[in-house]
Design a protein around this ligand. Sequence first.
Ligand SMILES: [Zn+2]
Length: 686
Amino acid sequence: MSTPKRYTITSALPYTNGPIHIGHMAGVYVPADIYARYLRGIDKDVAFIGGSDEHGVAIPMRAKKEGVSPQVIIDKYHTIIKNSFKEFGISFDNYSRTSSKVHHETASEFFMKMYNNGQFIEEVTEQLYDPEANQFLADRFVTGTCPKCNYEEAYGDQCEKCGSSLNATDLINPKSTISGAPPITKSTKHWFLPLDQYESFLKEWILDGHKKDWKTNVYGQCKSWIDDGLRPRAVTRDLDWGIPVPCEGAEGKVLYVWFDAPIGYISSTKEWAARENKNWEDYWKKDDTKLVHFIGKDNIVFHCIVFPSMLKAEGSYILPENVPANEFLNLEGNKLSTSKNWAVWLHEYLEEFPNQQDVLRYVLTANAPETKDNDFTWKDFQARNNNELVAIFGNFINRAVVLTNKYYDGVVPAPAELQTIDIETLEKLKAYPAVIASSIERYRFREASQEMMNVARLGNKYLADLEPWKSVKTDELRTQTVMYVALQIASALATLCEPFLPFTSAKLKGILNTENSFVKWENIINAESLLTPGHQINKGELLFSKVEDETVQFQLEKLEATKKANANALKEVAPQKEMTSFEDFSKMDMRVGTIVAAEKMPKAKKLLILKVDTGMDTRTIVSGIAEHFAPEAIIGKQVTVLVNLAPRKLRGVESEGMILMTENAEGKLVFINPDEDAVKAGETIN
Ligand SMILES: [Zn+2]
């Protein structure tokens, strides 16, 4: 497209069933915010749109679990999420919610226009139904085995293992997630979007039209979808939480969340336009508007296949120019998980690292999962902070500001004649806006953040090489020139870092006293001077502080504790065995025994040969515990022994009984031992 007149930037609507963690930020919101801030920085007309998705099936499920109404859940998490975004400087022009009136109206109108144009297929089909809960089962309400990869915990709408999008009826051995019961099938009427009819449109638009400018991960996923052949998809559901289907004969049905959620971008834009006195249609219907969706890779199919087909069908909308989806961010080698609490939660980060939002923004950008899944580690967090933000950015600004205050009472000095190194440095500085812009416009935010850091590097090296703290004693004019050049770099940095480090940018502008004489990106390229001689700057303050080893250790221990708690919670309880009679039970003779000797079985990794005092005799018992206990550590231990188990030979040694054991959460064997101290060996257990 030729130069766009305006930009509509959307970021995935988070489900209001939990707070926001670093994975959401790295995948969607930080890159979207960098893009929006950059565009505003170069004076573009931008609508940066967000909102909460409050109709996901996860919401009534969470409500059921907590024993409250869905409204309580959405109000709670909408507030938490909205605050987190605000705290981290995600600069939405509007943040709405899909439970709003304007959204219900917009989604209903959208549906009705398609309905009246005959763009849905109406069909009675057999759907899964939970006879115990008296409810149809779709999406997250049913799990079963994925027909494509055999993963046993696939959901009714998607397999999280292989990423396939599924219909609930595709699952093998389906199970209701409400009651656990195997579902029956029952017939019900639904409206389907015949995606197969959009295949040629999608082929032309994506496969031919966006081969060059879409990210390869996004393009590749779209291609495999289209090559697989598209099928009609139901846009309605039998549920009582969502937007009621507005046509006749649809009582008790709601719009499928994936039909209404992306329309939420449009509703949120309407809300913003009404408040700002703009025409929302300019941002959604004019060809000179550039529409960009920021999402995670799990949403590619909906934003590249389903929603564009809806927009195309409706007929009056533009299509997205790009959908720069990111891959996933992992945490210390494991997949982020809300339910397993394996995450760095934004609200917790803020408590533990007050006023350090930019550090997290920077680390998540510098290490963003742009082309492949990436790992967030606390060690890397510490290294990025200490070696880059503190040692380069912070150090440069601190030197420039402190020396200016010390030598010139905070007044920008006039330069003497510039030498080659000064001219070259200023030329390099002028090149950075275009370099950073080019990376951002190609959605390479990691690269862009490193180029921004290179501006700080340029300044830091310039001061380190020219050492004004030495020249000040011998050459006053030279020192003035060097400090003047350093301050130009500092001022440019305050502007160029704004998309990445908005809080730092504001602080730095405060220190340089340039909040009111805003330096623009183009000024850095064109202006004679960014900070003119005679301009008064303020006293400095530290922009960043070191992250100590103990802080990293604390975070790692916190994760370790989560891991232990998860292991305990997830350990499966074996099902009860068949009933046994009292008579059969009485046949078993269990006694308290004392281990009096223990040695390793030669050439057997797992076996110990024990001598156990049973009160009646001292007998030999072979036990498979060698990997868990050293022989010398268990001598004298009281244990429970089944003494009348028929003897059997293990590796040629006859074992006359069995010691009762169990396994703890970490898989380590532990003895079932008498609770009271020093119960006499030979006491029976019954
Ligand atoms: Zn699968």
